[in-house]
Design a protein around this ligand. Structure first.
Ligand code: BG6
Length: 517
């Protein structure tokens, strides 16, 4: 595709907002995707690169080198990626006019990274390609592979001289997908192994929740409004509920899921990150280490459950068959005697000055009644003295809800008097909906995160100590589960096991039905 055609296509989008984040050609890096033919690459990474490129945020020549085991020509790889765009890009496309200029930047490099002794061939290939295309020797390595390959690939990148630490030849960074470790010990070992090769500023551990617009908006909401932040503490908040609910089951990932479970799959990363963003102190600066430092303090202030407290603090569940769907134990790849949880609910506390005594309830599960992720902050009950005296309905506690997905919104419930001669009160909602307020497409989380990794901004990525602090909690629960009964069963299409209600002991409230949001 000629430069003229590329320019003609991109002219129309060049001045879209966010242009201050545009990466100039001399700062761009070659994006090298390990596991380039896998599901994540086609579903998320390529569409994200495409939408960044199309929005003019990446230079015309945005080199992408796909690395995978299968034999493939550059052309076949390009065609495959156009197909992936047709199916998965939020902006549609994949038609030739849009796709061909884009994939003309794509190259395929066959490599069996599990078995090849080194990556020197790749180092030479990248060098030549960059010279030929007049590009700087900057590289973003994206490890979209099984977790067992993370450490070996990084060691080989190091041995091939591909990840120079602060050398003059250009920048090199590595993006790692989850799962980052399987428990505390393996996460510590993985951090140590990759730390031999990479500086912390070169490691970008993805938690895609941090790239979601609505999650980033928690910062804006808390620290950009004078009227809410003073209420975020134990004086005013009764409890916080964080829900990550899914209607799907394990979707053909039985093997992976059975060795993982809901606690590792969603709580260790996404749900604890949401808790940290709600609970952390204002950072000194809106930058990488300040925010991450505050999040670590939250995680380290959570008392760990043990075998004596586990029953009062954690409930695990497993879906049975129902609604024409298989039960978890009959899913392919799942051990028929498995105790792996497809649902987990926790009651945590953050034992610091701001939050002592405020329960943080977290739940996540597969095959639940409704798909939805939200954070609900329930405030304390107002004094009911007048209402009792007049025999009126009691005021309901105010609830502030961040609806992360779907129908992204923030809503605040309060009590109001309905019109009429009577003095009654009823709860009403004040709603802000992204779709109505901004009438703009939301970028996908991977777009934000890839752009940040290319710019070297690690604010929205998790740091080594943060990962370890989250595993410390999760591993303590796994340890206590060794002495706990099997998971409670729940029917698909329900809100999980009834036993999860017991976590609310001594507290005003119960699990929210997401329809009420
Ligand atoms: C992933 C989990 O990290 O997050 C999946 O491995 C889960 O099991 C997914 O379905 C949820 O992400 P989202 O963005 O759909 O809420």
């Amino acid at each position: 595709m000629t430069d003229h055609l590329i320019a003609a296509f991109r002219e129309t989008v060049e001045e879209r907002d966010g242009h201050q984040f545009r990466i100039p050609p001399e700062k761009m890096g070659t994006i090298v995707i390990f596991g380039a033919t896998g599901d994540l690459a086609g579903r998320k990474l390529i569409p994200a690169i495409y939408n960044l490129w199309r929005a003019g945020l990446l230079p015309d020549k945005a080199n992408v080198v796909g690395v995978a085991r299968r034999e493939k020509s550059h052309d076949t790889y390009r065609q495959d990626m156009c197909e992936a765009l047709k199916t998965h890009s939020r902006t549609g496309h994949g038609d030739d006019d849009a796709c061909l200029p884009f994939v003309s930047n794509f190259f395929y490099y066959q490599n069996n990274f599990a078995e090849e002794p080194d990556l020197r061939g790749l180092a030479e290939y990248l060098h030549e390609l960059e010279e030929e295309r007049g590009m700087p020797h900057n590289r973003l390595f994206y490890l979209s592979t099984g977790p067992e390959f993370f450490a070996p690939i990084i060691q080989k990148l190091g041995a091939a001289g591909l990840v120079n630490r602060g050398g003059g030849a250009g920048w090199s960074r590595v993006v790692i997908e989850k799962p980052f470790g399987h428990d505390l010990d393996s996460a510590v070992a993985l951090n140590a192994s990759i730390g031999e090769v990479l500086g912390e500023d070169q490691i970008f551990r993805i938690d895609h929740y941090l790239g979601k617009e609505t999650v980033q908006n928690i910062f804006a909401f808390r620290f950009g409004n004078a009227i809410f932040e003073p209420l975020f503490n134990q004086k005013y908040v009764d409890h916080v509920q964080i829900t990550v609910a899914e209607t799907l089951g394990v979707e053909g990932r039985g093997d992976f899921y059975d060795a993982t479970g809901a606690l590792r799959d969603v709580v260790q990363n996404h749900a604890l990150q949401l808790m940290c963003l709600v609970a952390m102190e204002p950072p000194a600066e809106f930058g990488g280490d300040d925010i991450r430092g505050e999040k670590v303090k939250v995680l380290r202030s959570v008392p760990l459950p043990d075998r004596d407290t586990i029953a009062d603090t954690v409930v695990r569940g497993q879906y049975t068959e129902g609604g024409g769907e298989l039960g978890y134990l009959s899913e392919e790849g799942v051990d028929p005697n498995s105790h792996t949880e497809t649902y987990v609910a926790l009651r945590l506390t953050i034992d610091n000055w701001r939050w002592a005594g405020v329960p943080f309830f977290i739940r996540t599960g597969k095959r639940l009644k409704k798909r939805g992720t939200e954070i609900a902050i329930q405030f304390k009950q107002p004094p009911t003295h007048y209402f009792k005296k007049l025999g009126l309905r009691m005021p309901e506690a105010n609830v502030l809800v961040f609806r992360i997905q779907p129908d992204e919104a923030i809503s605040l419930s309060f009590n109001a008097k309905p019109p009429g001669m009577d003095f009654q009160i009823e709860p009403v909602n004040m709603d802000f909906r992204y779709g109505h307020a901004f009438q703009k497409d939301m970028p996908d989380a991977y777009e934000r995160l890839l752009l940040d990794a290319l710019r070297g901004d690690s604010t929205l990525f998790t740091r080594a100590d943060e990962i370890e602090a989250a595993w410390r909690l999760v591993s303590a629960i796994h340890e206590a589960w060794k002495h706990a009964p099997a998971p409670e069963l729940y029917r698909p299409g329900s809100w999980g096991p009834n036993a999860a209600e017991r976590l609310f002991h001594g507290c005003e409230g119960r699990w929210r039905a997401l329809e009420d949001a």
